[in-house]
Design a protein around this ligand. Structure first.
Ligand code: ATP
Ligand code: HSE
Length: 293
């Protein structure tokens, strides 16, 4: 038996659509695997009732296939599905690490990125790696078709999750198919600023680089109260605010001592829009860890 804790993640970070990702120190899924002749999946925890236990519909089923590693799999969800916090990816990353260990397959964490990404194709139609990469490797990650680079960044974050669901599949439908040259130049500048900020663990640069004129404005429309939450977080000291992944979670970069005030301000702004929400005072953290074997 192997048990792995796999962290939630925040993809895109505004300017890095389908490329940037960050592992969050909390929340996390816990995945336990035991050898079996036939794969069975049991899901408990946050939002378990919305997650298929049929291997064909669960992200971990694709990982089992890719590693040829049948198992009894128990997923204890700490990351709510359809949250924008890489819920589907956390399970896939946890299963990839656990099954790789259980069957002694010998893959490196980098080699497990495309394996776990197969799970993302099951739920969103695209095998994007920007959630599975940070959940596997930890830190800040830059994923392209050539592979993933990671930086062990230390940046405090607040993530505010409203009590509504947005599926990645639906949120991908509103992504514009084209962008102007002005928007491209602005996005490249912001993405470069953010990447430098991560290398220096500098919350001011990370926040400044989160702005994105192309995808985020369209995604923000799907989140009731987004503009007020964004402005409230900045007023409370956030250095930058954007949609986390495909939403509806909203992520703010900040300095260590400002997290509590920012979390309270974001919750108040959602409450003013009649939306219940919960806030995580978190930080960029480590990747999936084996907790028992
Ligand atoms: N192990 C799993 N954990 C969570 N969701 C799963 C899992 N397997 C399948 N799903 C399905 O995936 C969908 C949630 O994934 P989706 O990509 O929409 O949200 P997310 O992972 O929270 O968001 P994001 O990728 O934007 O961070 C739900 O329909 C859920 O039923
Ligand atoms: N890059 C993906 C991440 C989904 O979490 C998207 O924004 O659609």
């Amino acid at each position: 038996m192997v048990t792995v804790r796999a962290p939630a993640t925040s993809a895109n970070l505004g300017s890095g659509f389908d490329v940037f990702g960050a592992a969050l120190s909390r929340p996390a899924d816990v995945v336990t695997v035991e050898r079996a002749d036939r794969t069975t999946i049991e899901v408990t925890g946050v939002g378990a009732q919305y997650i298929p236990e049929d291997p064909e519909g669960n992200t971990v089923g694709a990982v089992v296939e890719a590693l040829d590693a049948p198992a009894h799999i128990h997923i204890d969800k700490g990351v709510r599905p359809a949250s924008g916090l890489g819920s589907s990816a956390a399970s896939a990353a946890g299963a990839a690490v656990a099954l790789n260990r259980l069957y002694d397959r010998g893959y490196s964490r980098e080699e497990l990125v495309p394996v776990a990404a197969e799970g993302e194709a099951v739920v969103s139609g695209v095998a994007h790696s920007d959630n599975v990469a940070p959940s596997l490797l930890g830190g800040f990650t830059i994923s392209t078709t050539d592979g993933t680079n990671s930086v062990d960044a230390r940046v405090p974050l607040v993530v505010c999750l409203p009590d509504v669901a947005v599926s990645t599949r639906d949120a991908r439908r509103v992504v514009p198919e084209t962008a102007s040259m002005d928007d491209l130049v602005e996005t490249v500048g912001n993405a470069a600023t953010l990447a430098v900020g991560m290398c220096r663990s500098d919350p001011a640069l990370v926040g400044a680089g989160m702005s994105d004129p192309v995808v985020t404005p369209e995604r923000a429309r799907l989140i009731t109260g987004y503009d007020a939450v964004h402005d409230a977080a900045l007023a409370a000291g956030a250095t930058g605010v954007t949609v986390s992944g495909a939403g509806p979670a909203v992520v703010a970069a900040c300095r260590e001592g400002d997290r509590q005030a920012i979390a309270a301000a974001m919750l108040d702004a959602f409450a003013d829009a009649d939306i219940d929400a919960r806030a995580y005072q978190t930080r960029i953290g480590e990747g999936a860890t084996v907790v028992e074997e």
